[in-house]
Design a protein around this ligand. Structure first.
Ligand code: GLN
Length: 499
């Protein structure tokens, strides 16, 4: 059995039918990580109990116990989600020795479904970044070309998944952090509707925008993992009470060989995205090829206008930084986080004590966000900046709601260019922020979004296409994604050094 080619449900079935054990599958991936991750730096920690946990699953299967849909399937988790007894750093020195006493709901649900956790993946510090270069644990490299970034902030997850260091992984997306690295690394990445997935136990960055979601090698795998992690959670009051559709089942209903009919489906293209985004030639060509493929399958392409999306980046960076400045206040070296070494605490003034703890514990990008956020929330500026951004956010959301009266799914590029070189943009924060031009609107409006691999650049770097649907309409997005997946030559292609 080729573990690099099969999907999650095939492996779960093979384990259930004892064609392979969970221990064998787990050892296979641990060995792969051990041999190849030096080149990528995609993991921060490995779960040294993984094989033991796989053995427990195998034992239960031997006893004939009926386990969940991911029984015995090895996966990784972004180091932003709390894992019981397994270090969770958020990519920061601040939390470099934090061992959570509990699992985040997402992790608990994956374990409940039988998944085995291989380890925790690298990320931008506190998920702030678009290139995975702000991590305290060093930059993550792109498996397609290690001189290039993997994207951020879930760069470790996307890089690990592209290199097949597991069957799937979980990322978080506040302004594009699942979709953008997925696009850069040639894997599928899905950000659910806000409220679909519990944020309980996920290190908070910007609470009104954060969502966790799967990064996988196929659309079917993303659907399956989404199903496992979704649903109401009494520990997160912002989760929806809606029942969770059987996403993977819905997908099976439209067989890929059948040239999935996208008939009666309208795909919207945002007029404003196409005029101002500065798309590079390769990205533009990939995007047009995806639209052509959808048209051939019967979809109708319609133009929609969302002019508020032109303000998405400033709106996002005000709101995200404001919420971050509040969320990160807890890391003061007393309640949580790094404590600087003081020879004698008794003579230290309180503000010096905090500023040393926080100055040492946080990296420069995180400090920048805290400063911007604190400023935007301060009295006198609150109405001009934070409040104004929230008002414009409402207008943007309304425009999306209207647009989805004219179309079922919106397609767009994920980023203006494929992955860029490590070091190329990190010294210019504004340039880096502009990278998020196509992804942040989705979070601001609370919509689901995903990236599906659809092309390769001339330099052989992957390029994804972004799909967005109305609130809680993930199944529409998955349907188009799986049709695109079935109609491109890049599906299932591995980076050459990781074959
Ligand atoms: N690049 C964006 C930021 O730095 C998005 C990050 C994310 O989605 N976590 O805030």
């Amino acid at each position: 059995m080729d573990l690099l080619k099969i999907n999650i449900s095939e492996l779960a079935n093979a384990i259930k039918n004892k064609k392979i054990s969970s221990v064998e599958a787990t050892e296979f991936f641990l060995k792969r990580i051990n041999t190849h991750d030096k080149k990528l730096n995609s993991f921060i920690s490995i779960n040294d109990k993984a094989v033991e946990q796989a053995k427990l699953i195998d034992d239960k299967i031997s006893k004939g116990e009926n386990l969940g849909s991911m029984a015995g399937v090895p996966i990784s988790i972004k180091d932003m989600l709390c894992t019981k007894n397994l270090k969770t750093t958020a990519g920061s020195k601040m939390l470099s020795n934090f061992i959570p006493p509990y699992d985040s709901t997402v992790v608990a649900r994956l374990k409940q479904a039988g998944a085995v956790i291989l380890g925790k993946t690298n990320l931008d510090e506190f998920a702030m970044g678009s290139s995975n270069e702000t991590s305290f644990y060093g930059p993550v490299k792109n498996p397609w070309n290690t001189a290039y970034v993997a994207g951020g902030s879930s760069g470790g997850s996307a890089s690990a998944q592209a290199a097949r260091f597991g069957m799937g992984t979980i990322g978080t997306d506040t302004g594009g952090s699942i979709r953008q690295p997925a696009s850069f690394c040639g894997v599928v990445g899905l950000k659910p509707t806000y409220g679909r997935v519990s944020r309980y136990g996920i290190v908070a960055y910007a609470s009104s925008l954060d969502q966790a979601g799967p990064i996988t090698n196929s659309v079917a795998d993303a659907a399956l993992m989404l199903e496992v992690i979704s649903g109401h959670d009494q520990n997160d009051g912002t989760t929806s009470q809606r029942s969770v559709p059987n996403f993977s089942h819905l997908l099976n209903a439209c067989d890929s060989k059948n040239l999935q009919s996208l008939k009666n489906l309208k795909i919207g293209v945002i007029k404003e995205y196409m005029k101002g985004g500065g798309l590079c030639e390769d990205t533009n060509a990939t995007f047009n090829a995806a639209l052509d493929a959808a048209k051939k399958l019967g979809a109708e392409i319609v133009e929609v206008s969302i002019d508020m999306s032109e303000h998405a980046v400033p709106m996002y960076y005000l709101i995200a930084a404001s919420e971050a400045s509040s969320n990160l206040a807890r890391y003061d070296g007393v309640r949580f986080g790094h404590r600087a070494s003081f020879e004698n605490l008794s003579g230290i003034e309180l503000d010096k004590f905090y500023s040393r703890n926080r100055g040492e514990g946080f990296g420069s990008e995180v400090q920048r966000r805290i400063m911007i956020g604190t400023y935007a929330l301060s009295s006198g500026y609150y109405d001009a900046y934070y409040n104004k951004a929230c008002q414009v956010r409402r207008l943007l959301t309304n425009q999306f709601i209207n647009a989805f009266k004219q179309c079922d799914v919106i397609a767009s590029p994920v980023t203006a260019t494929p992955a860029f070189k490590i070091g190329e943009r990190i010294s210019d924060p504004l340039k880096m922020y502009l990278n998020d031009i196509f992804t942040t609107s989705t979070n601001l409006a609370g919509l689901p979004g995903m990236s599906v691999p659809f092309g390769l650049s001339k330099d052989k770097l992957p390029i994804g296409v972004q799909l967005t649907a109305g609130h809680f309409a993930e199944e529409k997005m998955l349907k188009v994604a799986s049709a695109l997946e079935a109609n491109t030559t890049v599906t299932g292609v591995l980076p050459h050094d990781f074959n």
